[in-house]
Design a protein. Structure first.
Lengths: 410, 253
């Protein structure tokens, strides 16, 4: 009796019906990555036509390292946002963890890996504290993390001490944001990553076909994969061009080390959210906590775990801050960092209402935020205007999120 | 008549001074729909929560498949094969049908979710219930109609080789056509050999789909009778007054 429906499911859909599927998803409140990708494209064209510097390889590399810490904080925030919670303290958490890292290296002479492990452990402990207060005591996360926002700022101020900044001179730490893979290694990394991505996609389609299930339309997959691999190839080519202002003194070529670091976090995060029961339960708690509880999921532990992951990723962002600034100061992770990170997640497509979002949102949204910041800076706009524009973009994204959500519940 | 799959004798439950269930008897037979009717506050919810292990009865005997069992928590009930479909369904709107059906009991290959296995099993379950109304089982629950959601919730309950399924007012919020679909589904559950307990306020629904009717009145079982032995007026009398001319009082026979 099942053959008729199963056969109908297996027959491949056409591109047209794939477009219809996408549209029905949009109507159900799931816009996907398209707006962020299109926004990024438009911004790049606008800034590229208005500024002669914007599309240079030097600025491109600069943009990536600028965006890196915000992207990593946003990745952590997505775990919390998926639950419908918020972590306003993630920015200063990265400052505190960065300070722990730098103090261990500079003042206590520890190797970088011990310092990094310790700072991540500190981050996890802070996240555990926040998560426990939210999940077990039931204090709204907005209030808990607002209090922690101030508290962590205070801790950072105390750690930074009278001098105000702690320098870091460890070569590995500095290399992450300031050095690059050699051009050969860059290409090797690009090829390895592309092959990994293509094989992953093919094996998924194959596994579903084998099980007699409706697989993603091959043509559509091919278009997506070819454009992604093509664009990244272009990016690697651009990054492999010489971008030093003084070529005789120093040569600057290749992918910044931070790019593989972020891609590694992307792969791990995507795997955890999409392919494990833990990730599924995060979505479930964000979608309907009561349903999750009745399904036997330990909702409190899931909440605590999300805050732990968020603060642990903030600790990694702290490392990126320390590397980029060569030091930690009382404003590290402060000012607009947290708002940019929340903005990045939301612009990328993560919902503030919980239950909807992907790891890649952090990267897409983080790039949009960085492009606005960088491009407007190059055009000579004051910081005030940049903040207003970024705020407006965040507001529009949150508006789209709210409206699409309303559309889905009718 | 077959042996009851689930049989309750002398079940009592009090909350403080309030005696909610008084010596309640109930039999649920495999392959039959047992409608549980009663006015608000008659104790329907308390009774099914006792069966589902959410409340522990003060005293009373539970027999499942002929053996005396002790249900002390929801896990005990689930282990026996008793599933409840709550009125508010408890589905996650943001997840698709497969994800919802396997929520909390995901099929895994090592640490990784086995999506293909789950999708095949979900499809098989929906097919066994002759569900044809959902287009793709990979669409999110948010995009489903009320009747389709009810279908998913019921399919979720029967996925685990359950033997008794309790449905709490499954048609309360549905339109005419969807009510019809869900009632057909309820009938098919019983035809597939499950014992079904249907809670409903709608006498028409009860008479359309039930095999026998158990009426609670102020915490006592007024009567459990075969459907074809009564007419709707008598059932309404049982619900509102606890007695009806021509219907034997439960436990007397």
């Amino acid at each position: 009796m099942s053959t008729s429906t199963t056969a109908a499911e297996v027959t491949e859909t056409s591109l047209k019906s794939a477009a219809q599927d996408y549209w029905s998803k949009v109507k159900a409140g799931d816009i996907g990555a398209l707006p962020a990708v299109l926004g990024l494209l438009v911004l790049c064209i606008v800034f590229g036509s208005m500024s002669s510097v914007f599309l240079t390889p030097g600025n491109f590399a600069n943009l990536l390292t600028q965006a890196a810490s915000v992207i990593v904080i946003a990745m952590g925030l997505i775990f919390v946002l998926l639950l419908g919670e918020i972590d306003l303290s993630a920015g200063y958490a990265s400052g505190v963890c960065g300070a722990v890292l730098v103090i261990l290296i500079t003042d206590l002479g520890q190797p970088w890996y011990i310092a990094l492990a310790a700072s991540i452990a500190v981050g996890m402990a802070m996240g555990f504290g926040l998560g426990t207060l939210v999940a077990r005591l039931g204090i709204p996360s907005f209030v808990v993390t607002l209090a922690a926002f101030l508290g962590f700022q205070g801790i950072l101020l105390i750690l930074a001490g009278e001098g105000g900044t702690i320098r870091v001179e460890d070569e590995t730490v500095l290399a992450i944001q300031n050095s690059n893979l050699s051009p050969t290694l860059s290409w090797a990394f690009y090829i390895a990553a592309s092959v990994f991505y293509v094989l992953l996609g093919l094996s998924r389609i194959n596994a579903r076909r084998k099980a007699g299930l409706k697989a993603e339309l091959f043509k559509l997959w091919l278009i997506k994969t070819v454009s992604l691999v093509g664009i990244s190839g272009l990016a690697v080519w651009a990054l492999n061009l010489e971008r030093s202002n003084n070529r005789e003194l120093v040569s600057l070529k290749g992918i910044p080390y931070v790019v593989p670091v972020i891609l590694f976090l992307l792969v791990i995060g995507t795997f955890v959210l999409g392919r494990t029961a833990f990730g599924r339960h995060i979505y479930a708690v964000g979608g309907n906590a009561e349903a999750a509880r009745r399904a036997g999921i330990n909702v409190k532990n899931i909440r605590i775990a999300a805050f732990v992951i968020c603060s642990a990723l903030s600790a990694i962002a702290g490392l990126l801050f320390a590397s980029r600034q060569n030091s930690i100061s009382p404003t590290t992770g402060g000012s607009s960092t947290l708002l940019y990170a929340v903005g990045a997640a939301v612009i990328g497509g993560t919902s503030l209402f919980g239950g909807k979002g992907k790891m890649r949102d952090a990267i897409l949204g983080g790039l949009v935020v960085a492009v606005i910041d960088n491009g407007m800076g190059l055009l000579g706009y004051a910081a005030g205007i940049k903040f207003i524009v970024t705020g407006a973009v965040l507001l529009v994204s949150a508006g789209v999120d709210a409206v699409s959500r309303r559309g889905s519940s009718v | 008549m077959t042996e009851p799959i689930l049989s309750l004798r002398g079940v009592n439950k009090s909350f403080g001074p309030v005696h909610v269930l008084k010596d309640v008897n109930l039999d649920v037979h495999p392959g039959q729909v047992t409608a549980l009717v009663g006015d608000n506050g008659a104790g329907k919810s308390t009774l099914i929560k006792c069966i589902a292990g959410i409340y522990t009865p003060d005293h009373g005997e539970f027999k499942f498949d002929g053996k005396v069992v002790n249900i002390t928590g929801p896990r005990d009930a689930t282990a026996l094969g008793i599933e409840i479909v709550y009125q508010d369904l408890a589905l996650c709107d943001n997840l698709d049908i497969v994800h919802n059906m396997f929520l909390g009991r995901e099929v895994k290959k090592g640490p990784v979710l086995d999506e293909s296995a789950m999708e095949s099993l979900a499809r098989k379950t929906l097919d066994s219930l002759s569900v044809r109304t959902v287009k793709s089982i990979r669409q999110t629950v948010a995009s489903l109609s009320g009747g389709q959601r009810q279908t998913v919730a019921i399919a979720k309950a029967v996925l685990w080789n359950s033997k008794v399924v309790i449905l709490d007012e499954p048609t309360a919020a549905l339109g005419v056509a969807q009510t019809e679909q869900v009632l057909n589904l309820v009938r098919r559950l019983a035809d597939n050999g499950l014992g079904v307990i249907l809670i409903s306020h709608n006498i028409n629904d009860v008479f359309e789909v039930a095999d026998n009717i158990a009426a609670l009145y102020l915490g006592t079982m007024a009567a459990q009778v075969a459907k074809n032995e009564v007419i709707p007026r008598q059932v309404i009398e049982l619900i509102t007054t606890g007695v009806s001319a021509g219907v034997e009082k439960a436990g007397v026979k």
